[in-house]
Design a protein around this ligand. Structure first.
Ligand SMILES: [Zn+2]
Length: 197
């Protein structure tokens, strides 16, 4: 990978041999491996012993989880906040594991819609809750830095499963709980990951 990055620097018109760039290929390779470390992660290992059986069926919500990801179209960052809620049927996930789960899927080449869905589907798969809701709010540098639709570089995506999909009151309760942070409002938020070439 380092040779490729060195070549790329040359093709961009740089001198890969100049002092500031000599070690850049190693740094970039290391950074990219970290930023895509989610591919190698094992979900069950991440959730290791943190699934508990409980007699509790009120909404569990974890708000304002920071995420950092890379847009798969441009390899530029998109980042923001993620809010995850679920209503347990029998099992819960240790609260500290939810941000870890978000990281596993964020540290891949992504589009925000898929990131949102993967988090929700994984919670559903692992604990079979009565419902799962995930809202992600992201700023996309591939849009803002390239000057594409500057005003729309902020995107909100959501995945509503089970009770959050079927029951408007449950969904509204969740959206109410994340409001103030989220610019989210129903019916006003088409998924909008990066657009343009
Ligand atoms: Zn992009």
């Amino acid at each position: 990978m380092e040779d490729l990055i060195r070549q790329l620097l040359g093709q961009l018109g740089e001198d890969p041999g100049r002092e500031g760039l000599v070690r850049t290929p190693q740094r970039v390779a290391k950074a990219l491996k970290f930023l895509t470390g989610g591919y190698a992660a094992d979900i069950d290992e991440v959730l290791n012993n943190a699934l508990f059986t409980v007699d509790y069926n009120e909404m569990v919500i974890v708000k304002d989880i920071d995420f950092y990801s890379l847009c798969e179209h441009h390899l530029l960052p998109f980042f923001g906040k993620c809010h995850v809620a679920y209503i347990p049927r029998r099992k819960v996930i240790g609260l500290s594991k939810i941000p870890r789960l978000v990281d596993v899927f964020a540290r891949r080449l992504q589009i925000q819609e898929r990131l949102t869905n993967q988090i929700a589907e994984t919670v559903r798969e692992k604990i079979d809750p009565l419902g799962v809701a995930v809202v992600c709010e992201g700023t996309h540098l591939c849009m803002s830095m390239r000057g594409v639709e500057k005003q729309n570089s902020f995107a909100v995506t959501s995945a509503m499963l089970g009770a959050f999909h079927d029951n408007a009151r449950t969904r509204m309760e969740f959206l109410e709980l994340i409001r103030g942070r989220a610019a989210y409002s129903m019916g006003n938020t088409p998924g909008l990951a990066c657009v343009g070439d």
